[in-house]
Design a protein. Structure first.
Length: 256
């Protein structure tokens, strides 16, 4: 079974509505009054359920249909962003192909995502989409052979919107994984993130892994707010030049 329109996708999502799971998700994503997710609404679907629908709709839904998925329902918006991720994956050229191939399509997807970035108004919506869209877009050259400007990360980092700030930081994950530690891509966002101070714990985790996985010689970083809560995976600890014992997290601070 395949889906080709936003109406089809919305109908299937609504059919799987779960009132009990809705209450769990509402608490988990802090949607109460005064919390960071205030006002967000859930159907009660788990992420694998949404991904299963995306699998049946990937590369079949037109951009104007994806735009209609930016609804008040959290899972519907997640579905829309995951469909964009699939579009970006399809636009990435193979290893033996011209790296500029698909550049126009990648640019359109990134522009579309940025236009609706504020709809990614919770941490899962950001973390499951921006590294695979903005991050990947920054890794591949445009039609003229030049890499896209990383100034978009600075603009997002300077935003007054918490979730755009998070997009700026989490998008660098794709760059870090590709060993793109050059100042043109990572340093501006690292410097911008230093100004966030303690305004929100929603930025602690992305700042933590960003600091741990980049060479300290290249990029200074503010102290992490809760270093003990953010231990990198074993495969990264083995490769990281600044390994520290798990029992001594205070030594993991990389100071400005």
């Amino acid at each position: 079974m395949y889906f080709y329109s936003s109406e089809d996708i919305l109908a299937v999502l609504m059919q799987q509505e779960n009132a009990a799971q809705r209450q769990v998700l509402t608490r988990f994503f802090k949607c109460g009054k005064g919390e960071y997710g205030e006002g967000d609404r859930f159907l009660g679907l788990k992420v694998p359920q949404t991904r299963a629908i995306v699998k049946m709709a990937r590369l079949r839904v037109a951009p104007e249909e994806i735009e209609k998925l930016h609804s008040p329902w959290h899972e519907v918006r997640l579905c829309g962003f995951l469909l964009l991720v699939e579009e970006m994956k399809h636009a990435i050229p193979g290893k033996r192909k011209d790296p500029t191939e698909g550049a126009e399509q990648r640019g359109k997807i990134a522009e579309f995502y940025l236009r609706h970035a504020r709809k990614a108004n919770n941490w899962d919506l950001v973390d499951l989409s921006c590294p695979h869209i903005i991050g990947q877009w920054l890794l591949y050259p445009q039609a003229d052979g030049q890499l896209p400007s990383s100034q978009i990360l600075d603009r997002l980092a300077a935003s007054d919107n918490l979730w755009e700030q998070r997009i700026a930081i989490v998008s660098t994950l794709a760059l870090i994984r590709a060993d793109r530690f050059d100042a043109a891509h990572i340093a501006p966002t690292a410097q911008s993130s230093a100004r966030f101070d303690t305004q929100s714990h929603r930025l602690d985790a992305p700042r933590a892994w960003q600091a741990r996985f980049r060479p300290a010689a290249h990029l200074p970083c503010r102290p992490l707010l809760r270093p003990a809560a953010h231990h990198p995976p074993l495969r990264h600890r083995a490769l990281h030049p600044f390994r520290t014992p798990l029992l001594a997290p205070q030594k993991a601070l990389i100071l400005l």
